[in-house]
Design a protein around this ligand. Structure first.
Ligand SMILES: [Fe+2]
Length: 457
């Protein structure tokens, strides 16, 4: 029986209500172990107090209510000021670096605000099938939920910076590695369809989009052809053990490996190791959510918390380079047997706990190299999705033909940032896909960032 547009909207509305409840609840699960004092402290300019995240993600939905719910009354002008992040179009806001200078609204008030927005949103969502702009509203609600998932990942970074092993994370054990991951995959060049629509609309592809693959940000579109030379890509991520060799070889003391800007930062900030590495009795240790560990005991785990500069320096030291984002995406998405792109390295099935180390795995750390053989790509590259975001050498710029779908969300950041791919242990499962483009400044390293190297053939 053919469905009417009304049926489709009603079923989409039903599933978005479920998604809304699940995503909103997870934010509160992440902050649940915090004590009240933890919610308001800002430990660095680049992080935000947890209270701000729980209010800001609600503020995002309040902007939607203001636009689409007739007669909606703003909850508080003060909250609009404090919880706006960077949106010029939504009025004045507190400077990012000052989010930790205010104790009001209190945590309790922020939670009440959050509950108020939830009530309003849930009754608003029930009315969506009767709204003339139902399609637009559903798209914006989904954007709000993807936005919230981005903030869930940021919450993990920020709580790590704030508390690290003092945070009582509900840790689950990581799987042990079951395979050795060695060598480089050799990948043929030629024309490649880069970007989200390659999976669903490319004239080269007949692949149907999988059911969980129904959203992408505007910055992943449109699909377009790029030309690649033949290249090789490491099957494994760079490990802590690999990076310890670089440090022991005097990597941070040798200008030869660094680009000028990176060398300046190394000297100015006195960097001697990745963030969260500590020197105890001449032994490098890594502090994470589970405590302090000798690097040797974590030698087979993917390296994380390095800047773009450190990733570049390591790649140069080892005689390789970083991949471009197109090289990364081809390895992650392209099936050389069928010559079709896929949603994930393993195919079109959704992410599961055995395919990739993502937020739902509950490990709160990268898992050992070789722990997720079920997630490998067609070329034997492992852990491309999950564990750590991978720096690429590509500038974060719009794809040719880019059209902004939401002002100030992605479109105003297309300058001076680098693209990272693949997601991390802090990324929710439904939030990641092979075409996802994350971006950070070259010096940033409080996020879960690592690398895998490439080489010309
Ligand atoms: Fe935001």
């Amino acid at each position: 029986m053919a469905s009417t547009v009304g049926d489709i909207i009603a079923s989409k509305t039903g599933s978005i209500i479920e998604l809304y409840k699940n995503v909103r609840a997870r934010t509160m699960q992440i902050v649940a172990p915090l004590e009240i004092e933890d919610y308001v402290i800002q430990t660095a300019e680049f992080m935000s107090p947890p209270r701000w995240h729980i209010g800001h993600t609600s503020w995002f939905f309040e902007t939607l209510l203001q636009a689409y719910q007739p007669g909606y009354k703003v909850y508080s002008e003060d909250y609009l000021f404090y919880f706006n992040s960077y949106y010029e179009g939504f009025g004045e806001r507190i400077a990012r670096s000052e989010r930790g200078t205010k104790s009001r609204p209190t945590v309790k008030q922020t939670v009440v605000y959050r509950e108020h927005i939830n009530e309003q949103m849930l009754s608003f969502l029930e009315s969506v099938p009767n709204q003339a702009e139902a399609g637009t509203i559903l798209t914006l609600v989904r954007l709000g939920l993807e936005h919230e998932m981005q903030h869930q990942e940021l919450l993990v970074y920020d709580i790590k910076h704030l508390l690290c092993d003092q945070y009582d994370a509900p840790l689950l054990p990581a799987p042990t590695p079951s395979v050795n991951v060695e060598g480089m995959a050799e990948i043929g060049g030629g024309l490649f369809w880069l970007g989200y629509e390659s999976q669903v609309q490319s004239p080269k592809s007949k692949v149907q989009s999988p059911s969980n693959y129904d959203f992408a940000f505007d910055n992943e579109k449109p699909a377009h052809q790029v030309f690649l030379q033949d290249y090789a890509l490491d099957r494994a991520l760079v490990s802590n053990g690999d990076y310890l060799e670089f440090i022991r070889d005097g990597g941070y003391q040798n200008f030869r490996w660094w680009f000028s800007e990176g060398w300046e930062v190394v000297n100015r900030e006195q960097w001697r190791a990745p963030l969260y590495w500590e020197l105890h009795d001449e032994q490098w240790m890594i502090r994470d959510f589970s405590g302090l560990h000798a690097v040797e005991d974590r030698a087979n785990e993917p390296l994380s918390h390095v800047s773009f500069y450190e990733a570049l320096a390591f790649a140069k030291w080892i005689g390789k380079r970083l991949p471009t984002e197109a090289e990364w995406e081809k390895a992650a998405a392209f099936d050389p047997q069928t010559r079709e792109p896929r949603a994930f390295p393993w195919g079109n099935d959704p992410s599961t706990k055995t395919k990739a180390n993502l937020f739902e795995n509950g490990i709160w750390a990268p898992a050992s190299i070789g722990a997720f053989p079920a997630g490998q790509n067609s070329y034997g590259c492992q852990q491309m999705i999950g564990d750590v975001w991978e720096w690429t050498t590509s500038d974060y710029v719009p794809y040719p033909g880019f059209k902004s779908e939401f002002d100030e969300y992605n479109d105003k950041w297309f300058v001076n940032q680098k693209v990272l791919r693949g997601g991390s242990y802090a990324t929710p499962q439904i939030h990641i896909r092979s075409t996802y483009r994350n971006f950070f400044h070259a010096h940033e390293r409080w996020m879960v960032s690592g690398l895998r190297c490439a080489k010309d053939l």
